[in-house]
Each structure stands twice: as C-alpha cells, then as structure tokens.
Design a protein around this ligand. Structure first.
Ligand code: FAD
Length: 341
C-alpha cells in the first residue's frame, strides 16, 4: 500500500493475530456470501495456526452465532440490540471498529456485498489501515501477510496487493468466488455476547418497516440461462425464462440488457454483477467479453448459443451451438416438453 496510508504510523504487527470475518444475515438466515467468507477465513487462519473470529450483529442472534460456530468459527463475537435488527451503517461500523481495537485481528474480511462494501471502507478508516476491495484470490504467507489478489485492467490482469505496515489487513471478497464453508461436526467454539446500547445519533433515520425486495440470487442456482445483447430485446428473456423454468434454472444476463432496461439489475452476471458457479451455464447471444467471463468462468459446464462461430465465448464453452437463438431455444423447449410427456 502506498500513498496516504504511509503517512499513518505503522502498527505494531506483533500485537495482531487471528482472522476476523464480518457475518451478514437476515433474521435467522445466514447469507451465502458470509458462509463463503467463513470458508476462506478458516483456511487462512488454519494455515498459520490462528483462530477464526466472526462478528455477528443484530437482534436475537443466538441462532446465527451457533450456526457460524458449527461452520468452523472459533470465537463468535455477538452484538445484540433491537435497534440493530436491520443493517445500519454507522452503528455497525462503530461496533466492528470497537471489536477490531479490542481483539486486534491480523486480517479482517467482509463479503463484497452492498452492505459489506458500505462497511468496509468505514472500518478501514476507523482502524487506520488499508483495504483491498473485491478480491478473487486470498492467501497468506509464512510472515502472516495477506496476499490479496483482485482483477484489474478490465479483468485482464490479477494484481496482488499487500498491506505491509498497517493492521488489520483488510479485504472484501467477491460473492460466488470462494466455495462456501462446510459444517464441522463437534467443532468447539465460544460465543462472546454483549448487549449494545445504541447511540441514537448514529442511527440517523428511523426504519418504520422493512419490505424485502424480491431479488434473484443467482449465486446458489445450479443452472443459469443467461441472455445478452444478441437477444435483440426484452422478449428474448421471456423465451429464456420459459426454458429456465422447465429445467429448474434461473435467468441471468450480461450487462447491456440490464442497462437497456430489458431485465432488472439483480440478474446481471459479471464483474459489476453477480459471480456464479452453477453446474450448467447457458450463454445465449453473449459475446464473452472479459467483464462477463469474470462472473461465470467457474461454472462446471458452459454451453454457448451464438450466431458468430468466432465469438470469444466459444473459447470458454464446453458445448458450442452456432445458430440463431430464435431457432435453438424454441426447439429445446419443445424437446424438453415432449420428453416430459
Ligand atoms: P455483445 O458483446 O454485443 O454480444 C452480443 C452477442 O450476441 C454477439 O456475440 C453476437 O454474435 C450474438 N448474437 C447476435 N444476435 C444473435 C442471435 N440472434 N442468436 C445468437 N447470437 C446472437 N458486462 C457484463 O456482462 N457483466 C458485467 O458485470 C460487466 N461489467 C462491466 C464493467 C465495466 C467497468 C465495463 C467497462 C464493462 C462491463 N461490462 C460487463 C460490459 C462488457 O464489457 C461487454 O460490453 C458486455 O459483456 C457485452 O455484452 P453482450 O455479450 O451481451 O453483448
């Protein structure tokens, strides 16, 4: 890390140990990106014989704290207050900043979700340290230095970024890239719970009611049928939706159809959308630009349907169908319907 951060005196690195992870949940539901963070956090901590410490914030968090422990966390720090039931930037940042001061983790990770990104920079500033955002590869060396890798120059290069002088070493990681942690039978963990008196000034606005937006979580889909600009308009997505429904899949999109309003942003796959790793990814009318590939290259099987035999996507495809999608998709739908009769 160079620049401004070097103006801040270096921290005494020996005081910092263990790996911290911020856990996102909604009520009793642990968010999948956080299960991925537990997975990578556990891996880093165990590589240098340190502990994984997870921070859970909310109202009535016993259930979530237990689940986090079962996933292999060693110490769960649970902060509870009815006023923390919904995510609130300032009090959450204050609590995590306080935990960092008290427990001094060598590394602190958050998922690069909306809330994770919102929190990460505030915590980094409070902790007077640097942060590497949107990592896709994380490792640790024998000196306990975090090797934080993130794509750069339009996904064409992977940059390894080190935070040499300040602690904790912070990173956010892209959802859908790291495999989720597995539960560990009989794993011993400790929950340290505290009731928090939330400073009303930090709450800012009052939340009267939380109405969750219906959004598409592509990260847990086993099959994704994604459409691109080659669909020619929103009607193309209706066709893809019919196919996806028949095979138990979800509909994804490249970015241009989202920008054009053919489909909502929660369907976007790629660098600035969701990262997916389904068993089957069907790319329809998508050229395969690096920013799209970044979000789907870990799919097990990739099928592309494209008029252009030389489209970039063919390099990543296990099966290539060179044809107008308007001929291929209806034929597929008919064949699947007939096979179900
Ligand atoms: P195109 O590149 O126009 O490709 C359309 C394809 O459809 C062509 O290959 C064509 O041969 C084929 N086609 C046309 N008609 C038919 C037909 N009838 N049947 C079959 N095939 C047909 N993009 C993303 O997807 N996700 C991101 O997260 C993302 N983030 C970005 C971030 C930044 C900072 C930038 C600069 C760009 C980002 N982009 C992203 C945009 C990206 O660079 C490309 O512009 C985009 O992925 C191209 O989308 P596309 O493949 O749908 O369209």
């Amino acid at each position: 890390m160079t620049g401004l951060i070097n103006a801040i005196p270096a921290t005494n690195k020996d005081e910092y140990k263990n790996v911290g992870v911020y856990i996102e949940h909604r009520g009793d539901e642990l968010k999948r990106p956080s299960i991925e963070m537990i997975g990578i956090g556990k891996q880093l901590a165990r590589k240098v014989n340190e502990k994984l410490i997870c921070v859970v914030i909310g109202d009535k968090v016993d259930g979530i704290a237990k689940e986090v422990g079962e996933y292999g966390c060693d110490i769960v720090l649970a902060a509870e207050s009815p006023e923390l039931a919904e995510y609130r930037t300032m009090p959450y940042a204050e609590i995590i900043g306080g935990y960092i001061q008290e427990y001094k983790p060598n590394i602190f990770l958050l998922a690069a979700t909306r809330n994770g990104r919102d929190l990460a920079s505030r915590i980094a500033v409070k902790s007077r340290t640097g942060i590497t955002a949107d990592c896709t590869v994380l490792d640790i060396d024998e000196n306990r230095t975090l090797l934080a890798n993130r794509p750069t120059y339009g996904e064409s290069t992977l940059a390894e970024i080190l935070c040499r002088n300040h602690r904790p070493q912070m990173a956010t990681a892209r959802p859908g890239i790291f495999p989720p942690a597995e539960k560990e039978k009989d794993h011993k963990y400790e929950v340290i719970k505290k009731k928090v008196d939330v400073d009303k000034k930090l709450l800012g606005k009052q939340i009267l009611k939380f109405i969750p937006r219906k959004s598409t979580d592509l990260t847990s889909a086993k099959i994704v049928v994604a459409g691109g600009l080659g669909l020619g308009g929103p009607d193309g997505f209706k066709m893809l939706e019919e196919l996806a429904n028949l095979i138990g899949g979800a509909v994804g999109s490249s970015r241009p159809p989202v920008d054009l309003g053919w489909i909502t942003r929660d369907h976007q796959v790629g660098q600035t959308g969701q990262s997916v790793r389904p068993d089957l990814y069907i790319a329809v009318g998508i050229s395969g630009k690096p920013q799209h590939i970044a979000g789907m290259k870990f799919s097990k099987v990739i099928v592309s349907i494209n008029k252009d035999p030389n489209a970039e996507i063919t390099k990543y495809s296990d099966y290539i169908i060179t044809e107008d999608y308007r001929k291929v998709i209806p034929a597929l739908i008919d064949a699947i319907k007939n096979s179900k009769k």
